[in-house]
Design a protein around this ligand. Structure first.
Ligand code: PLP
Length: 373
């Protein structure tokens, strides 16, 4: 049997990782400034994380949500403390798309409405309604098109106000748009979104699947602004590679047995990984590091006149070039051994390193970028 060949791939086979580096099977070392789509938060194969997963699988890897799983409560407690949102509740999933689906479903249950406002260049996943909410006609199949999604330009207050009405179940916006090329919702825009949700009884969903977990220099990117969402979706950095996602749910939502559910979500092994990630983020002050190194990174990039634009917060950085980034990305990888990311805009390079990156590693990237540009 062959694999279903949907992924364009580089001819590189990583076999080992440590911190911000991975090694291929010829033992070539690569600086990882992408973390496999923003997934690696605490660094590859962090010893504390490895130990926690090893210990847990030796004891019990899985049992379903039909039994008590105190590891879930521990995760909720740690998450509430570190994110500064102890009043929210946690529902655990296995991926970003599944978090999106559950967020939308909960908003619809709560409001008994169907329509959802999302934004241009947004990415929310590839499943059922998540893919219709995503701004890409190529990846949505006819079965995904329900007509329930309304897509508007980001940061346009007037169009949003004109469109909003009492049929809208939710407005869903990314903390920082990732796949779309690192675009940040403005403070005025988020304030308006919150006001409109309150005025019309709609639910505000912040998709922090990529921008959350400390990447922006705050636990969630929207915490740079004065706004409180009703639901926050998460995944990516949450398990440092172990598949785990979740939604944080504000207190006003009524909970009923059976309302949401999943077989694998919140299993013992996933929670062990998730708890270890939060411990390391706290113990190693990785949110502060993301802020400090991210500010340094953005400053260094902005000193380079050849770049068209540099956008971002913390360690979520978009670099716009005048030309297509494809050849440059290949040179960075093959000549300088640096992984970087693309985006849906062919001119935007996406930088999403592990949160423990150092300024020396940034300097190596800047030096390499100057050589290939
Ligand atoms: C903002 C955002 N939401 C949702 C998703 C979907 O996550 P997953 O690929 O884990 O389903 C992604 C993935 O890139 C994302 O960046």
């Amino acid at each position: 049997m062959q694999t279903f060949n949907v992924y364009p791939r580089y001819e590189i086979e990583p076999v080992k990782g440590k911190g911000c580096y991975v090694w291929d099977k010829e033992n070539k070392k690569y600086l990882d400034l992408y973390g496999g789509h923003a997934v690696i938060s605490i660094g590859h194969s962090h010893p504390k994380y490895v130990q926690a997963i090893r210990d847990q699988v030796e004891k019990l890897g899985f049992y379903s949500n039909s039994v008590r799983i105190p590891l879930q409560e521990m995760l909720a407690q740690k998450l509430g403390d570190l994110a500064g949102l102890p009043e929210y509740s946690l529902f655990l999933t296995n991926s970003g798309a599944e978090s999106t689906e559950n967020a939308l479903k909960l908003a619809s249950f709560h409001t008994k409405r169907k329509k959802v406002i999302v934004f241009e260049k947004g990415f929310h996943g590839r499943t059922s309604l998540a893919v219709e909410a995503t701004d890409s006609t190529k990846i949505a199949a006819p079965v995904n098109i329900t007509g329930n999604i309304i897509r508007l330009p980001l940061n346009d207050l007037e169009i949003l106000e004109d469109t909003m009405n009492d049929l809208i179940a939710a407005i869903m916006v990314e903390g920082i748009q990732g796949v779309g090329g690192i675009h940040i919702p403005s403070q005025e825009f988020l304030t308006k979104v919150r006001q409109l949700c309150d005025r019309y009884g709609a639910v505000l969903i912040l998709d922090e699947i990529q921008s959350g977990y400390g990447r922006s220099g705050k636990f969630f990117a929207h915490q740079h602004n004065d706004v409180k969402p009703d639901i926050i979706s998460m995944a990516k950095g949450m398990g440092n590679g172990f598949p785990i996602g979740g939604i944080l749910i504000a207190p006003q939502f009524e909970v009923k047995a059976g309302l949401l559910g999943t077989t694998f979500g919140g299993n013992h092994l996933a929670c062990a990984a998730g708890n270890a990630v939060l411990d390391v983020i706290k113990e190693e002050s990785l949110i502060e590091n993301a802020k400090m190194v991210g500010t340094y990174f953005i400053e260094k990039l902005r000193e380079m006149d050849v770049l068209k634009e540099v956008r971002g917060r913390g360690l979520m950085i978009g670099i716009d070039l005048k030309e297509n980034i494809k050849p440059l990305r290949s040179k960075l990888l093959l000549k300088h051994h640096i992984f970087t990311g693309a985006s849906s805009d062919p001119h935007t390079l996406r930088i999403l390193p592990p949160l423990n990156i150092t300024t020396d590693q940034v300097d190596y990237f800047i030096h390499s970028l100057k050589k290939v540009i």
